[in-house]
Design a protein around this ligand. Structure first.
Ligand SMILES: *[C@@H]1O[C@H](CO)[C@@H](O)[C@H](O)[C@H]1NC(C)=O
Ligand SMILES: *[C@@H]1O[C@H](CO)[C@@H](O)[C@H](O)[C@H]1NC(C)=O
Ligand SMILES: *[C@@H]1O[C@H](CO)[C@@H](O)[C@H](O)[C@H]1NC(C)=O
Ligand SMILES: *[C@@H]1O[C@H](CO)[C@@H](O)[C@H](O)[C@H]1NC(C)=O
Length: 555
């Protein structure tokens, strides 16, 4: 049956097949050329041939079924015979996962730009945002050669590598740790480029990255011009790093250095703070000059700080069942308690467009959108369908969308998904825009950009490859400006069409006064179409009338 359907879809294949097989099919003349026949006769002959072939196939399949039912596989290997006899699940059982449905394909949005291969496995990756070169010096066009972001990778031994967004290495330095590096944090704001790393002994080291236009020496310039080489080949950036300060996480209750479990950098009205969470649920806050400002207890029940996530003026923390905000200036801790939300938070990000919105994933992998006012008043805004995403799920926020990275249990792959935040608060709409299966990643990072596509970097499970991808997504904006423009344009276009048609009608009426028809009717067009199929010359005629129409429109 399937073969019949398939054959119906490809009648040309069947036709030529028949020609080759039988030598004298319905429209195969002896010399192999095509006989003339009208369209319907051809179609009927074609279907007759198909029916005959399907009967043949049914006969063969029945023979095969008889053979298999006797227990003899003939020449078939056992597993083929088993596959042929196994009961198939209903299609509805296989595909009925509406909650996992996507509205698009990742290939339309996600472009792999480069895979950087390193000999030494890295442990973490991060994007260090830079000032927009155009705004910093509008007069100099050469400045535009500076990248808008650097990709940072950190190795366990403290080696830090800096790359352009296209994956060209710019600089490598050692952060100078005596123990294994456990965390990486980069400055969130553009006013200063800082890379902070922490190690197993609670030492945090901060380096300032300098990014300048590369100035070639006179000799280099001469050499370049002598060799007919463009001085603009290769990265035109001079990146250096300078050790700035070192901090030590204070001793824990047992007199030992607590294990650092989270590291972040927060920028509060231009003042920067380094924040380290530890295994005892304490948060150490250091000022920019490296002095310890306070060590506060963020948790009520003992448990490690699992995540510190700075966004604008907020520092979001997560520790087991507890989560909330820390005001690093006033040293206050606000525990968040959302009525209607009881689950344990496993990932939390602030929405990049709406700072009062927090997107969280719970231990079942369900995604929630919460609205938080004054860091305290929390309301469930939206719950994405249960089972749509699976735990463990990590989140990142870009303009209009939330990216999720989920582990596919069993077959050691991951899925990157894009959730459409425009569906928040609505009952309709498909929440998942796309889903891309990816190899396992050790770390990942996302950088959102203003006009360009967003950047995503994945560090492979073995740490040796960094894949840089660009993500281009159009945000759905129900903005008034767009709507009013559309409302304005539509009547104008409609009016123009009416005008043109009306004019055309008048012209036709004038020209064909003596003829039988005033304007071309639907019937005429249909018969012209049929004629076109049969006769090429008439087709050309129909085309000419088409172009005449075009001319009418223009005049
Ligand atoms: C890069 O900048 C440093 C100073 O920060 C300077 O010493 C060095 O010569 C520069 N290198 C190039 C190639 O411009
Ligand atoms: C660091 O900054 C704080 C205020 O932010 C100040 O009280 C302290 O004296 C400074 N320490 C050093 C060593 O500059
Ligand atoms: C891994 O499993 C997921 C679902 O669990 C499936 O969609 C995906 O195709 C699988 N990948 C491979 C390579 O088998
Ligand atoms: C996001 O959702 C909105 C509202 O349902 C829809 O109009 C828009 O097309 C969606 N965006 C994508 C990229 O699917």
């Amino acid at each position: 049956m399937k073969a019949c359907v398939l054959a119906l879809l490809v009648p040309h294949v069947v036709g030529s097949d028949t020609c080759a097989a039988k030598g004298s099919g319905a429209f195969c003349s002896d010399d192999g050329g095509l006989q003339k026949a009208d369209l319907i006769t051809q179609e009927v002959d074609e279907l007759r041939t198909l029916i005959a072939r399907c009967h043949d196939r049914i006969g063969l399949l029945e023979d095969l079924q008889d053979l298999l039912s006797t227990g003899h596989n003939g020449p078939l290997p056992d597993r083929y015979a088993r596959v042929l006899q196994e009961e198939l699940p209903l299609i509805s059982e296989v595909t009925s996962r509406p909650e996992r449905l996507t509205s698009g394909s990742a290939d339309d949005f996600l472009i792999s730009k480069r895979i950087v291969v390193q000999d030494v496995p890295a442990s973490f990756v991060g994007f260090l945002p830079l000032r927009n070169p155009r705004t910093s010096s509008p007069s100099s066009t050469a400045q535009t050669a500076l990248p808008s972001v650097l990709l940072v990778s950190v190795h366990k031994d403290g080696m830090v590598s800096l790359f352009t967004p296209s994956g060209d290495i710019l600089h490598t330095f050692y952060a100078g740790h005596d123990a294994s590096v456990t965390h990486l944090a980069v400055s969130p704001s553009h006013d200063e480029y800082l890379v902070a790393t922490s190690d197993t002994t609670g030492v945090i080291r901060v380096h300032t990255v300098n990014v300048r236009q590369k100035r070639l020496s006179k000799e280099e310039k001469e050499q370049a011009s002598n060799e007919q080489m463009s001085t603009y080949l290769g990265p035109q950036v001079n990146v250096t790093a300078q050790f700035t300060k070192s901090m030590q996480v204070p001793l824990g209750s047992d007199g030992e250095v607590p294990r650092v479990t989270a590291l972040s950098m927060v920028s509060l009205q231009g003042t920067k703070f380094f924040v380290a969470g530890d295994a005892e649920g304490k948060v150490s806050i250091f000022t920019k000059n490296g002095t310890l400002r306070a060590k506060i207890d963020a948790t009520v029940t003992p448990g490690e700080i699992e995540d510190l996530h700075g966004h604008l003026n907020n520092l979001l923390f997560r520790a087991g069942a507890e989560w909330g905000f820390i005001n690093v200036e006033k040293l206050d801790v606000y525990h968040l308690d959302c009525p209607g939300f009881e689950a344990i938070v496993t990932a939390a990000v602030t929405d990049s467009q709406q700072s009062s919105r927090i997107v969280i994933a719970d231990e079942e992998g369900t995604v929630w959108s919460l609205n938080v006012k004054d860091r305290k008043h929390c309301k469930v805004e939206h719950t994405f369908p249960k089972g749509m995403t699976r735990a463990p799920l990590e989140l990142a926020s870009i303009r209009g969308f939330t990216l999720g990275l989920e582990l596919d249990e069993g077959n050691s792959t991951m899925s990157l998904i894009a959730l459409n935040m425009s569906v928040v608060g609505r009952q309709d709409g498909i929440p998942i825009v796309w889903r891309a299966t990816r190899p396992l990643a050790r770390d990942w990072t996302v950088h959102k950009r203003q006009q360009l596509g967003d950047l995503i970097a994945f560090l492979s499970a073995d740490g040796k490859e960094i894949e840089i991808l660009e993500l281009i997504m159009q945000v759905h904006t129900p903005a008034l400006a767009v709507d009013s423009m559309g409302n304005f344009q539509l009547p104008v276009i409609a009016f123009a069409i009416v005008l043109v048609l009306g004019y055309q009608y008048m012209e036709k009426g004038k020209g064909d006064k003596g003829g039988s028809k005033i304007a071309p009717t639907k019937h005429d067009w249909d018969s012209a179409d049929f004629a076109a199929l049969r006769n090429k010359r008439k087709e050309a005629g129909a085309f000419a009338s088409g172009s005449k129409l075009g001319k009418d429109v223009k005049t």
